[in-house]
Design a protein around this ligand. Structure first.
Ligand SMILES: O=C(O)c1cccc(C(=O)CC[C@H]2O[C@@H](n3cnc4c(=O)[nH]cnc43)[C@H](O)[C@@H]2O)c1
Length: 235
């Protein structure tokens, strides 16, 4: 569901769509862009809901609406807080995805998990433009790595270890990136994912989530990313 859209100014380069899960994340991103002042790109920040299905539906709706109105987006960014794999991505750090991977899309077998690609279907990974990843990470001081999309938040050390075993390049997990990327891919638009780490991936301890710190880190990251998002163009 699109909760609210906040629209910035338009430029000749086209517009950027930023999809968060919840309004608090949307507002944190919008604050960062607004603090960047005139440097911020033509941007809509929308809260599309929690999980990959809501993210795909909300993002696809926004992309279709924009295309039909003759003002298409040139870039889609999945953004919000996320869990960080330790010790690489500590709480408060920011991760820019160099790959957006669906970690639980597939089949469980007695011999382990099989991704849908090994069943002969679809895709499990979308790759953002490498130059954009590099430039946003440099501007923000963020880490880069795979961001996993999960439908179930990891809650045990064993599950965290299993995910890292299957995805050694994983830096963070969240619940929307792959859904946003599927919608972007259907529209032929490049995708990026930026996550501020609110908690460690591992044994569930909701009281230890540092949501306020992560939202502040998200705001700062988008303030620093604004000029890059504005100037980056697909070559
Ligand atoms: O309660 C609040 O004030 C609040 C403010 C902002 C965001 C939230 C959320 O609960 C957002 C849920 C969102 O966070 C992502 N997330 C965060 N940590 C993890 C994780 O360890 N594993 C998977 N996802 C995580 C996820 O994308 C959710 O959509 C609350």
């Amino acid at each position: 569901m699109v909760v609210q859209a906040q629209e910035g100014r338009l430029t000749e380069r086209g517009r950027v769509l930023i999809a968060t899960a919840v309004p608090a994340e949307r507002d944190a991103v919008a604050r960062g862009l607004s603090e960047a002042g005139a440097a911020h790109p033509a941007v809509d920040v929308v809260a599309v809901g929690v999980g990959p299905a809501a993210a795909a539906a909300g993002t696809a709706t926004a992309l279709t609406t924009a295309a039909l109105s003759g003002r298409p987006y040139r870039l889609v960014v999945s953004a919000g807080i996320g869990g960080g794999f330790q010790p690489g991505a500590p709480i408060g750090s920011v991760v820019v995805a160099d790959a957006l991977t669906a970690a639980d899309l597939g089949a469980e077998t007695p011999d382990g998990f099989l991704p849908v690609t090994e069943l002969g279907f679809g895709t499990v990974t979308h790759l953002p433009p490498p130059s954009l990843v590099t430039d946003v990470a440099a501007a923000t001081g963020a880490l880069t790595g795979t961001v996993l999309t999960v439908s179930t938040v990891t809650g045990t050390a064993a599950r965290a270890a299993e995910l890292l075993g299957r995805h050694p390049g994983a830096a963070a997990e969240a619940m929307e990136g792959f859904g946003v990327a599927e919608a972007a891919a259907a529209h032929g638009v490049p995708v990026l994912e930026i996550r501020a780490v609110s908690n460690a991936v591992g044994p569930r301890d909701r009281a230890a989530w540092r949501i306020r710190d992560a939202l502040a880190a998200l705001t700062e990251a988008f303030g620093k990313s604004a000029p890059v998002l504005e100037s980056w163009n697909r070559t």
